[in-house]
Ligand binder design. Structure first.
Ligand code: ZN
Length: 399
């Protein structure tokens, strides 16, 4: 019997409320330059401190030892979908995040406007980071001219700044295809290589689209990346018998949550509003996923103080959620250590709080505390199962 089937056979529904709070890129490392402290250790975190006294802690391996994940696989792992088994193209995630209702078999690509010289050489891969308004205007021009290629419907939607998304909808389309982004300036737009029909459609799309943009400055070209079709993924509710809502500000995270069937909450502007929305969502849903971006951004910038502030802001906003949940998890989707200035493979700290989580004798939630926690080190894909167990949503296995 496969493990997922075992879990399914043991699942007992009840009225418990579960919350997964993801501080993106939370995990960090202590180095001499930061006085051997991590941002979690330096931050003032009264809410997390309170939680630590009724929680079990540990560390999670996002994908596999030594693998540095993007936020896509990082989140899929957290949601319990092995990222090595369920590969999701970035285009699919962006399309979902922009609110495009993807259908099975759709192929989606992330696109960004770029600048081309008269010989078709890419001189700026981001077209000087044009304004969203310029992007929207040019996307409208493309939409007007290109609606179909043969029997393939073309859906184009503007994103933020120089970014947009192209969805190809038609019979027999499959991905993945290689990027048309040459990934550095001084080269022409690359050919998308992959399944024949889809590669032909992409080539035709370029043939129609580039003349439309010919007189646009500086964004007279575009690059496609992460061209892939939507994979078949069992929904969160099918897998866990949990009706789930997703609270996030950035499209990509909303898209990831939607991909597994979570209901996304729109129109949130800041972290306090996110936690307020989480409280509201728990009235109608069993499970809420809350995504906080600031920690990851600060880590990417190598800004220790900003990461401390992001943690403190989340800590303050988190307090209102506590009375409304039975099982609460605080973690990251991966580490984004300040000294690394990027994502890393370091296991992220995790804390599970609940009536029967037990106390590890730890007074704070930090990387160092998590090292001593009873959860040890485990793969992120098991997290939701532990939450279900803590919510008493599993029957005994065997007599
Ligand atoms: Zn992330």
């Amino acid at each position: 019997m496969k493990l997922d089937e075992v879990y399914k056979s043991l699942t007992i529904p009840n009225n418990s409320k579960l919350a997964l709070v993801v501080l993106d890129g939370l995990g960090d490392i202590a180095t001499e330059s930061s006085g051997w402290r991590t941002p979690l250790e330096a931050a003032k975190t009264p809410t997390l401190d309170t939680l630590a006294k009724r929680s079990a802690q540990g560390r999670m391996i996002p994908i596999a030892p030594g693998i540095t994940p993007g936020s896509g696989p990082g989140h899929l792992g957290l949601f319990g979908y092995d990222p090595l088994e369920f590969e999701v193209g970035r285009g699919v995630i962006e399309a979902l995040g922009l609110g495009i209702d993807l259908k099975a078999g759709d192929v989606a690509a992330r696109a960004n406007f770029c600048s081309l010289d008269p010989n078709g050489i890419v001189t700026d891969r981001r077209a000087g980071r044009i304004d969203t308004s310029v992007c929207e205007k040019q996307v409208e021009m493309l939409k007007k001219k290109i609606k179909k290629i043969g029997d393939v419907e073309i859906i184009i939607k503007a994103g933020k700044g120089h970014r947009f998304v192209v969805v190809f909808r038609g019979k027999g389309l499959t991905g993945p295809l290689t990027d048309t982004d040459p990934h550095r300036e001084g080269l022409p737009i690359a050919k998308a290589k992959g399944p024949a029909k889809m590669a032909k459609v992409v080539a035709e799309f370029y043939k129609l689209a580039l003349p439309v943009l010919k007189n646009c400055k500086p964004a007279n070209g575009f690059l496609l990346r992460g061209i892939a079709h939507q994979p078949a993924i069992p929904s969160f509710e099918q897998r866990y018998a949990l009706k789930a809502a997703a609270i996030a500000i950035y499209p990509m995270y909303k898209g990831l949550a939607q991909l597994v069937g979570m209901k996304k909450v729109e129109g949130l502007a800041n972290v306090p509003a996110e936690f307020e929305a989480a409280v509201d969502a728990l009235a109608a849903y069993d499970f809420v996923f809350v995504h906080v971006k600031g920690t990851d951004q600060a880590g990417e910038d190598g800004n220790f103080d900003a990461k401390v502030r992001a943690i403190e802001e989340a800590d303050a906003a988190l307090a209102q959620l506590l009375p409304h949940v039975d099982v609460l998890v605080i973690t990251g989707d991966h580490s984004t250590p300040v000294p690394v200035k990027g994502h890393s493979w370091h296991p992220q700290p995790v804390m599970i709080s609940g009536e029967i989580a037990g106390w590890d004798g730890l007074d704070r939630f930090t990387e160092r505390a998590a090292n001593q926690g009873s959860l040890g080190v485990f793969e992120a894909k098991h997290l939701i199962r532990l939450m279900q167990a803590n919510a008493k949503r599993f029957d005994k296995f065997g007599a």
